[in-house]
Design a protein around this ligand. Structure first.
Ligand code: ADQ
Length: 475
């Protein structure tokens, strides 16, 4: 079997099993690369005055990391521009925040071409290529233009938006046409898959032959075919569960036990992003406090929110808004020895986080839209089996398709979230254990290894010659 070539915007540190970096991607791909003798290629995160295409290669245990520097203009137009100011908001249903600037589109096309050009000399005929996420949708097209015939798969970590929303993107057809240069395209959820299929049928005059991998099928449009599938990402579950009972976690458990002083903790852990619904969450919690006087001084919300993408204005704005909302709620409800919201803007190691999760009576995971949401799974994995906490989960996270035993809520409804907090805190232990057992079983079964194996197996089975991708070829 050939090697696995992973290509994503940024590369992680696959040898760092503690996964100190923020974001689910680094953890997930680290495991994939250790298993297959892989190369992980991406942007170094550095900029240089003039793009040279010079590869910097680092060999680690079981994986080679190759990176390239980009130009400042690439960072502005491709990364901060098209990826994070056009596609991210649009794919998270925030067309009000989505910026459509021609220079962003040009930067996106340019960097995808640069990625293709730079990775080309690394490729061998038997390699199979796995491209990740919205930064690199047109990468297969750029590789095909350069004669690459290898199998290429694409996995989208974020949601695919509803057809009518997607059609608000100028050049939406061009972007979808580029998807048809892959052999396999994977989504996190059935919701995303069906939104994509709906677009193909309704806007691209295409067809879907259903019945393929995990209810995905083969899409035909633009004279070509691509295989589709649903591959929900998971945790390195056993490692995370073990971390929850290791030394660092135990130290945090003790620290939290003292600081709880008999109170009950609700926890939220998120990148500071408008898609995570933090403001709505705080307002729902405020509603809960206002309606439940007996909860005052008896519960608190610990919200850990790591700043991200702070070069983008929408992120500066949400951060300022959250500072104001927490200040207002704390000002209104706090007493000399109690604050209702502990709001923390820093990063913790995974094992520390696991210890903190394990002390929370409620995991409050209420994104307005999320491809999957690994925090929901981490919270479950860190719970003590004999006295687990309750997961409250947004119906708009991909994870909700798998985690039906959570209290599923509409994150836009303060009343619904407030009621769920009340129900979660009152839930008898028997019911908590029953729900948790079913949740943890799913978290362990659909772990990151299962995700990787399912995707790789489907990619290796997908058509790989250009003729096979033609819609006119026999299936
Ligand atoms: P993200 O949007 O980053 O990922 P998520 O899946 O929740 O969202 O992963 C966040 C990760 O960062 C978790 O592992 C969490 O523990 C970690 N993290 C967050 N804050 C932290 C902190 N303060 N300290 C330490 N760790 C912290 C994107 C998509 C998701 C999808 C993943 C994986 O948006 O929908 O689930 O990719 O595909």
């Amino acid at each position: 079997m050939g090697r696995l070539i992973v290509i994503s915007n940024r590369v992680g540190q696959p040898d760092d099993t503690r996964g100190a970096s923020v974001g689910g991607l680094a953890m997930a791909l680290g495991a994939a690369l250790r298993e297959y003798n892989g190369i992980w290629f991406g942007w170094s995160g550095r900029t240089v005055e003039t793009f040279t295409g010079q590869l910097s290669v680092q060999r680690g245990q079981g994986a080679t990391i190759a990176t390239v520097d980009l130009e400042e203009q690439d960072r502005d137009e491709y990364y901060n521009g098209y990826a994070n100011r056009t596609l991210w908001p649009l794919f998270h249903y925030r067309i009000d925040l989505s910026a459509y600037e021609r220079s962003f589109n040009e930067g996106y096309a340019r960097v995808n071409a640069r990625f293709a050009q730079t990775v080309l000399p690394l490729l061998e005929p038997d390699d199979f290529i796995w491209v990740h996420d919205y930064h690199l949708i047109p990468l297969a097209r750029e590789l095909r233009r350069r004669g690459v015939k290898n199998r290429i798969g694409f996995f989208l970590h974020i949601p695919w938006p509803a057809r009518r929303l997607f059609a608000t993107l100028p050049l939406h057809r061009e972007l979808v046409e580029a998807v048809f240069d892959y052999d396999l395209v994977g989504f996190q959820s059935h919701d995303s898959l069906s939104a994509f299929e709906d677009y193909v049928r309704g806007e691209a005059e295409g067809e879907i032959d259903s019945g393929g991998i995990d209810s995905g099928g083969i899409a035909q449009a633009f004279g070509r075919r691509v295989r589709l599938g649903v591959f929900p990402i998971g945790l390195d579950a056993d490692a995370f569960m073990a971390a929850a009972w290791g030394e660092a976690a135990a130290a945090w458990r003790e620290r939290m036990r003292v600081s709880l002083a008999g109170r009950r903790m609700i926890i939220g852990v998120d990148r500071l992003d408008y898609s995570k619904g933090l403001e709505e969450r705080f307002l729902a919690y405020e509603e809960y406090l206002a309606n439940t006087p007996e909860a005052l001084e008896q519960v608190f919300l610990l919200q850990i929110a790591t700043p991200s993408r702070d070069e983008v204005e929408a992120y500066q704005e949400i951060r300022a808004r959250l500072d104001a909302v927490t200040g207002r709620i704390n000002g209104a409800f706090a007493t000399p020895d109690w604050v209702p919201i502990r709001y923390v803007n820093r990063t913790y190691r995974r094992d520390e986080l696991a210890g903190i999760y394990s002390m929370a009576a409620i995991g409050l995971v209420t994104p307005l839209r999320d491809g999957m949401n690994l925090v929901a799974k981490e919270y479950v994995a860190a719970q003590p089996p004999e006295d687990p906490g309750v997961l409250i989960l947004s119906r708009f996270a991909g994870a909700a398709e798998q985690m039906e035993e959570a209290l599923i809520v509409n994150p836009f409804s303060r009343e619904e979230v407030s009621d769920a907090i009340e129900a979660g805190l009152a839930m008898p232990r028997d019911e908590r254990v029953r729900r948790w057992e079913s949740l943890i079983e799913g978290v362990r079964r659909h772990d990151v290894a299962a995700w990787r194996d399912a995707f790789v197996e489907a990619l290796l089975a997908a058509p790989c010659s250009p003729a096979d991708r033609l819609a006119t070829a026999e299936p």
